[in-house]
Design a protein around this ligand. Structure first.
Ligand SMILES: C[S@@+](CC[C@H](N)C(=O)[O-])C[C@H]1O[C@@H](n2cnc3c(N)ncnc32)[C@H](O)[C@@H]1O
Length: 287
């Protein structure tokens, strides 16, 4: 097993810069006063929609909110003929310098994987770590999983933002939101009930936190030996690796091939990854 987190690390885009430095394949279209961010070929599948009516000020009066619409679909052939299934998710983003108020490219990839494997997660007990805007966890909830979303206990505004994501998607009553800081064994982590699945999108974004995440996952998998940690990561530096940490903490890892992800809905992998290289790992307790 040889796991590198490869690529060129771009400095953390403060939220306003994210908007300025949009990947070149986004097309900005103005239509009926609404601004649509459209990825070519994805108009019918993933649509990022920035609607002026969705802009608001948070209660502290500082951050403008933008809502992105993610549209998941697939075309199934049934006895009665072709049959479309679809799901719309609304994700709020804030124009603020923080990792957690922006949906990182790894999140739609993990969300699409969950959507395409939704039959497997019905009724599962799922915890998302470092949820940020929480796209994968909310998709899991909409697909019938019992979901707990988390972000750093030191970031109350991030936890509030997760609650806002839940509210926009009508899952507030069925999704728990808690503070879990990687590497800290505090009450919320210690009292989590049984888990089948742990999710993480772009948690391995900065080497200084790698061991904190791995140790937290190792703790949860020790308590839930049948569970797995599904995580997407974005290649950023050729020097980054988590292999030694997985070995140290008794974990094994398999790459899940993403070939064909989105194909059912007419999306290419390149479009889904938005010009980045993103991998999906299945991490479990070593036997
Ligand atoms: C790169 S963002 C990814 C956010 C989201 N999962 C996504 O893919 O869009 C990393 C996330 O990890 C959270 N985070 C950073 N350090 C953390 C820590 N020590 N404990 C828990 N969460 C942390 C951040 O607040 C942020 O939401």
């Amino acid at each position: 097993m040889y796991i590198f987190l490869v690529g060129i690390f771009a400095a953390l885009p403060e939220a306003p810069k994210v908007m300025v430095n949009m990947p070149s394949h986004y097309v900005l279209v103005t239509w009926n006063k609404a601004i649509h961010l459209v990825m070519p070929g994805l108009e019918e599948t993933i649509c990022f929609e920035s609607c002026p009516s969705a802009y608001s000020l948070m209660s502290d009066g500082v951050a403008a909110e933008q809502v992105k619409k993610f549209f998941f679909t697939s075309r199934k052939t049934q006895e009665t003929g072709p049959h479309d299934e679809s799901l719309e998710i609304y994700i709020p983003e804030l124009l603020q310098a923080s990792y957690s108020f922006y949906t990182w490219p790894s999140a739609p990839v993990l969300a699409w994987y969950l959507w395409e494997n939704r039959k497997d997660i019905v009724g599962q007990k799922v915890l998302e770590l470092g949820s940020g805007t929480a796209l994968p966890g909310i998709v899991a909830s909409k697909c019938g999983a019992h979901v707990t979303l988390s972000d750093s206990a030191n970031l109350p505004k991030s936890l509030q933002h997760i609650r806002r994501s839940c509210e926009l998607n009508g899952v507030t009553s069925q999704v728990k939101v808690i503070g879990i800081t990687w590497g800290l064994f505090l009450t919320n982590l210690l009292k989590i009930g049984p888990l089948d699945l742990i999710l993480g999108s772009d948690c391995f974004y900065e080497p200084s936190v790698f061991e904190d995440i791995v140790v937290t996952v190792a703790f949860l998998l020790e308590r839930n030996p049948h569970a797995k940690f599904l995580c997407t990561y974005q290649e950023r530096s050729a020097d980054w690796s988590i292999e030694h940490l997985l070995n140290k903490w008794g974990l094994t890892c398999n790459h899940i091939p993403l070939t064909g992800l989105g194909a059912d809905a007419g999306i290419t992998l390149a479009e889904l990854m938005q010009d980045h290289t993103i991998h999906l790992l299945d991490i479990r307790k070593s036997t």
